[in-house]
Write a protein that binds this ligand. Structure first.
Ligand SMILES: [Zn+2]
Length: 330
């Protein structure tokens, strides 16, 4: 027990308390013990006074960290950016073979004012399985190639692992290789989502971002069983979280409309609903007005339409908009 700062131990108890509170008050799952065998480990140091950062020499001072052979209490770090503000706490984590320190700071920054809603400077985004996302102007964004390559590699490694005898050196090294690759894929995914959300929130032509509220959990349980794993991998949920806070930081409106089924089935030109649309139909023609639709582009256009028609009677509230399914299908 003496190896760790006392406050860190207390913090762990607080985490447990939070987990139980979440379990009893909301729908969270029952707390699980953390496995020694998992790839990710972390602990928090909630003592702002004993944490010091030296950007010049790239060193970090943490309580109880002493390199005994050099009698040195500094940690060599690579800082990804320099920050101001008051340090609140820091969390040390290990993912596969890399160690990270995340430092929480409090800064008094005023968020930029959000612009008035303007339909012409808005973008609607539809998320898909085949293409990562589609914009209402017809732009389609695929998952990057390097990401897919890593995933193929991972599948190959996992196949090889299954043929190996357990508890051998070869097996262990293969397992290590796999956990490193898992961490790499997670970094690649984060990088892709960060860059895309940065680009969208820095586009001068975009003042309002409209998306559908994705109940991914629901989707995974329901009818998407075969694509279950793929949906988890795509990271839509993380992407909407990134878009949300970046919109606040960079002064963009962010509208999340309630999840509604006919966004793909409604004709964006005349509003006619094509109920028979199947999941494999990528393109369709409206029976009423003869418009030719690309499934995803049409859905993105509907999302933006729906966000704006609902804004009319929910003025002054730009986030979140919870819309009723019946408003669309009716
Ligand atoms: Zn139509």
């Amino acid at each position: 027990m003496k190896e760790v700062a006392s406050q860190s131990l207390q913090q762990t108890i607080r985490h447990l308390d939070n987990a139980y509170t979440a379990f009893f008050r909301s729908n969270s799952a029952f707390p699980k013990f953390k496995s020694k065998k998992s790839n990710r480990h972390s602990y928090t140091i909630p003592e702002p006074k004993s944490i010091r950062v030296d950007f010049e020499s790239n060193k970090l001072y943490l309580p109880k960290f002493v390199n005994t052979c050099k009698n040195d209490n500094r940690l060599k770090c690579k800082f990804h950016r320099i920050f101001d503000g008051e340090i609140k706490q820091c969390t040390i984590s290990r993912n596969a073979d890399k160690y990270y320190v995340s430092i929480l700071v409090e800064e008094n920054v005023e968020l930029p004012k959000k612009p008035e809603l303007n339909r012409n400077k808005s973008i609607g985004i539809d998320f898909g399985v085949k293409t990562f996302c589609t914009f209402d102007n017809g732009t389609k964004i695929d998952s990057p190639k390097y990401f897919k390559q890593s995933q193929n590699k991972l599948a190959k490694h996992q196949q090889e692992l299954e043929t190996m005898a357990k508890d051998t050196t070869k097996y262990k090294s293969k397992k290590e290789q796999i956990s490193k690759l898992h961490a790499k894929i997670a970094r690649q995914r984060k990088d892709f989502l960060d860059k895309l959300s940065h680009k969208l929130t820095h586009d001068s032509q975009v003042e309002t971002i409209c998306i559908e509220d994705l109940s991914i959990k629901k989707m995974q349980e329901d009818n998407y069983k075969t694509t279950n794993r793929i949906i988890g991998d795509l990271g839509w949920f993380n992407f909407t979280k990134l878009l949300q806070y970046k919109s606040d930081w960079y002064g963009k409106n962010f509208i999340k409309i309630g999840r509604f089924d006919p966004s793909s089935k409604t004709c964006s030109v005349c509003g006619n609903v094509y109920h028979e649309l199947s999941i494999d139909e990528r393109e369709w023609i409206c029976k009423k007005c003869n418009s030719h639709h690309d499934r995803d582009i049409n859905a993105a256009q509907n999302i933006i339409d729906f966000a704006f028609t609902n804004m009319e009677f929910k003025k002054g509230r730009d986030y979140p908009i919870e819309a009723q399914t019946s408003l669309v299908s009716g």
